[in-house]
Design a binder for this molecule. Structure first.
Ligand code: ADP
Ligand code: MG
Length: 723
């Protein structure tokens, strides 16, 4: 019987490309067809109800009961007309994925028949039996129930014949149990703070929204090969595997032509996404073999995040039709690039102005500089919090591990803007106070089209890219709400402080523009250390960053400490984004999932090594032993079977090393499991258990190079990556 690897390879060879049905050659014909968007609301709702919903979306006004009834009935008619049979509240619990509980529209009637029903109550609120979602103890101590409540700012959609209603998820005592609640809170704090600052420049601005465009990186692998790798299957990454002779060293994959089979998948996946109103715009190969990227056009941030969560789901579902598996893990293959999720972020006013877009006039540029410098200052002040918001067991393989990039948060601006800030920093504002015209000369000219826009620094975790900042350190499988809650919150907080600082100067009788420029100048000076234009992946940068006093927290359990530090707590309480209980609960959930994932990896590693790898190596070794015996029998001189003896010996050495390391790892696991304190436990897993991963892997990968290819049981990197 051939082993599962060869069965899988045979399956791969017989793959055909499924036909992809595209509803219309014109995307505009079907974009958003499965979304109950504004256009459909207008069609299905009375003018009053429509206006009510719009007010709720735009101004956060509550929707009256009777109106919810109307909306529910309209949604139902629309959804049933499109073939939906069920509805569900769709939410984002702290597991990181999305959750749904489906209910049928249909209800039996007294006369033995049935009708389709969907009430305003069912739209507005559900009580999922949610005691199995992580809550960090919130639900255990108080109430076992949680409830989901409709978020009208994200439109309902139909997926797999189910009407999905985006909701928040909170405990019965009102604490957030999801990613959406804190995000929405942070956005409203940002809105208020940014509008207040906007009023220095333009009184007509009433609202500021954050915008987000998420570039999503992923790997594709054939489904049969995926299934033949228990490690990929159970942990999302390969725990073993000798690097393929050809990997990314030729750099021939990036922007290369997309393989036909992948192209069909992309078209199919994009069509599904477009039907759901996800404005996917770009697709290309990424740096590593079998790595790809897609990106939508940016949207209002809450929607962009919902869409990204939905997209990850769509990617996975469509992949099955193509016999692919999508790997969203941050580091599925050691030795080649991992995957991230670049978060392109900006702030946009209700008047359509992008606050991070340099203007045509100096006056506009003062406004740009205000938001630009405040963002830099915010990231400088709370770099650790931003670092914590992207921390996860998977992302530790990307940040801080021996393969770049490091876990240091720094900001890249490009030479032009760096120069502008330097110029302001050294300018003498006092000299230009007297004359308005001179003041404007004090602000350096900022060209509309920035040169650095094309000349990107790909090694920076937080880079300015023309009219937005790009947070690149987010992991590919993460829910972006986590870092985006923090980013919006810290910028909001900084803008509030800015207003206080400027108002102080105004009270002293300073002219407005001078006051603003004076504070900007001060902030530029104070936050200078976080700016770095060089190679963020270099060793020199790690040294320099340490000299500058920037933190470089390499592992998750320690990076998470800042969530419960006094400085953060003050920030959370003051802005109301997290209560003390909520933040402690989240901290606990994150630590818990951290160690559990390592626990699973350790178990899978032990099992694979003991039950699959070692037996295969011994089988080959036995063959060699028989061969040597035979050669000896026919009287060959030992000189002539030296190679066999050498391999036999090496196999024994590696097998022994593996067995002994696996045993020690199990002992460390047992010890770690007895630790009560979650943080200590997570650190023990990280420092004691995980410490065995590399040595075990080293010996397994050596065996892979020694053992007869036809006996090797696991698909190899060259097969996973190049088919
Ligand atoms: P890149 O060269 O990094 O791929 P793109 O211009 O293609 O840059 O943009 C990447 C992402 O940034 C896209 O999702 C795009 O819609 C988004 N983006 C562009 N402008 C903004 C903005 N003002 N705010 C937020 N995201 C933006
Ligand atoms: Mg980018």
């Amino acid at each position: 019987m051939s082993n599962i690897r060869f069965q899988a390879l045979r399956a791969v060879q017989s793959r055909t490309i499924p036909e992809v049905k595209i509803p219309s050659p014109k995307i505009s014909d079907f974009f958003g067809a499965n979304v109950f968007d504004k256009k459909k609301m207008k069609e299905y709702l009375s003018t009053d109800a429509y206006q009510g919903i719009i007010n709720s979306i735009e101004k956060g006004e509550p929707i009256p009961r009777d109106m919810a009834e109307q909306v529910a009935s309209a949604m139902k008619s629309w959804a049933i007309g499109k073939g939906a049979t069920h509805y569900t509240h769709w939410f984002q619990p702290l597991t990181g994925t999305t959750a749904e509980k489906h209910d049928a529209f249909f209800e039996p009637t007294e006369d033995g028949g049935a009708i389709e029903k969907f009430s305003g109550d069912a739209l507005a609120q559900q009580e999922p039996d949610a005691s199995s979602f992580p809550s960090g103890g919130i639900r255990n101590t108080f109430e076992a129930r949680g409830y989901t409540a409709w978020d009208p700012s994200s439109p309902a959609f139909i997926m797999a014949r189910t009407l999905c209603i985006p909701t928040v998820f909170v405990s019965y005592t009102g604490e957030a149990l999801d990613y959406k609640v804190p995000l929405l809170k942070a956005l409203s704090v940002l809105d208020k703070a940014a509008v207040d600052v906007c009023h220095y420049f333009d009184k007509s601005i009433e609202k500021v929204n954050a915008s987000l465009g998420i570039e999503q990186e992923y790997f594709l692998v054939d489904l049969a090969l995926f299934n033949a790798r228990p490690d990929l299957h159970l942990t999302g990454r390969t725990l073993f595997g000798h690097m393929s002779a050809k990997n990314q060293q030729l750099e021939d994959h990036y922007f290369g032509s997309i393989p036909e089979r992948v192209y069909a998948y992309m078209q199919d996946m994009e069509t599904e996404a477009l039907l759901l109103g996800i404005p996917l715009k770009t697709r290309h190969n990424e740096v590593a073999p079998s790595q790809f990227e897609c990106a939508p056009i940016y949207e209002e941030i809450n929607l962009a995040i919902d869409h990204n969560q939905l997209l990850m789901d769509v990617m996975d579902r469509v992949a099955k039709r193509h016999n692919f598996k999508v790997l969203l893990h941050e580091k599925p293959y050691a030795g080649i690039n991992g995957s991230g999720k670049h978060n392109n972020w900006s702030m946009i006013t209700n008047t359509g102005k992008n606050l991070l877009s340099p203007g045509k006039t100096p006056k506009n540029n003062l406004m740009f500089l205000t938001f630009f410098v405040n963002t830099i200052k915010a990231v400088y002040e709370h770099a650790d919090l931003l670092r914590a918001s992207i921390a996860s067991v998977n992302n530790d393989h990307r940040l801080g591990a021996n393969e770049a990039p490091p876990a240091i948060i720094s900001i890249f601006l490009g030479t032009q803007l760096s120069d502008v800030l330097d110029e302001i920093e050294t300018s003498r504002i006092s000299k230009i106070i007297k004359d308005d015209a001179l003041l404007w000369q004090g602000i350096p000219k900022i060209p509309q089209i920035l040169k650095d826009n094309t000349d990107r620094n790909r090694t920076s975790p937080f880079a300015f890219t023309g009219n937005k900042f790009e947070l690149r350190a987010v992991g590919s499988s993460a829910n972006s709400a986590s870092p985006m809650t923090i980013l919006n919150l810290i910028v909001a907080d900084q803008l509030k402080k800015f207003k206080v600082d400027v108002d102080k100067l105004l009270k002293k009788g300073e002219k407005k523009d001078v006051a603003i420029l004076t504070v900007i100048k001060k902030y530029i000076k104070e936050s200078k250390k976080i700016r770095f234009e060089g190679n963020g992946y270099s060793d020199e940068w790690e040294k320099e960053a340490a000299e500058r006093g920037l933190s470089n927290i390499k592992t998750t359990p320690k990076a998470l400490d800042v969530f419960i530090a006094d400085k953060s707590e003050a920030l959370f309480l003051e802005t109301g984004v997290f209560t003390r209980r909520e933040v402690h609960a989240r901290h606990e959930v994150l630590l818990d999932s951290f160690y559990k994932k390592l626990q699973i990896e350790a178990r899978v590693m032990g099992e694979l090594a003991n039950n699959i790898i070692v037996p295969a190596a011994i089988t080959y070794q036995t063959k060699l032993v028989e061969n040597v015996k035979g050669l000896k029998d026919i009287g060959l001189s030992p000189e002539l079977y030296k190679a066999q003896i050498d391999i036999i010996t090496k196999i024994s050495e590696h097998v022994n090393a593996i067995r002994s390391d696996v045993e020690s790892m199990i002992q460390e696991r047992k010890k770690a499991n007895t630790i009560e304190d979650l943080r200590d436990k997570a650190i023990a897993y990280d420092e004691k258990v995980k410490a065995y991963f590399q040595p075990i892997r080293y010996n397994v990968d050596k065996l892979e190079q020694l053992v007869d290819d036809s006996l090797w049981p696991l698909p190899k990197f060259r097969e996973l990556l190049f088919i």
